[in-house]
Design a protein around this ligand. Structure first.
Ligand code: DQA
Length: 147
């Protein structure tokens, strides 16, 4: 039997506050709600899903590095680090697996500093502005890519 495909979902700083943080921008679902929905979707797709969130850059870099051997694809919302972190960009560049970048909000409709992401040039796809649905679309896209 073929090995189960593994996808890692990585959320960066402040995304642990989803549901409480600016709900008019990020919606009312908590990260636990979003992860629970994705786990169900992953099960339907026969994908093993590993969910990770951290507020610190170093922990995110270490997790991304581990994905090279532990995972077949990555969904990442690096939060504010998207716009600032070359360390996270470099860790993602090390991966040979597909990466999908997700933002809940439309980063192009907001402050100018949010319009550039260091991650986007490395991503197979970028989804923004669709709220939690973006993560679900990313998982469907990875399902196709990893088939
Ligand atoms: C975000 C957008 C970022 O600009 C912001 O810093 C976040 C969340 C999003 O999901 O819309 O923390 O990545």
């Amino acid at each position: 039997m073929a090995r189960k495909r593994k996808v890692t979902l990585i959320n960066g700083p402040n995304l642990n506050l989803l549901g409480k943080r600016s709900p008019e921008i990020y919606g009312s679902q908590t990260l636990a709600d979003i992860e629970a929905g994705l786990r169900e979707q992953a099960e339907q797709l026969s994908i093993e899903l590993d969910c990770f969130q951290d507020n610190s850059e170093g922990a995110l870099v270490s997790k991304i590095q581990s994905c090279e051997t532990e995972s077949d694809g990555v969904i990442i919302n690096p939060g504010a680090y998207s716009h600032t972190s070359i360390a996270i960009r470099d860790a993602l560049e090390y991966l040979s697996h597909p990466i999908i970048e997700v933002h809940l909000s439309n980063i192009f409709q907001r402050e100018e500093f949010r319009a550039h992401s260091f991650v986007s040039e490395l991503a197979a796809g970028v989804i923004c502005g669709l709220g939690p649905k973006g993560y679900s679309l990313a998982l469907d896209a990875l399902d196709e890519m990893l088939n």
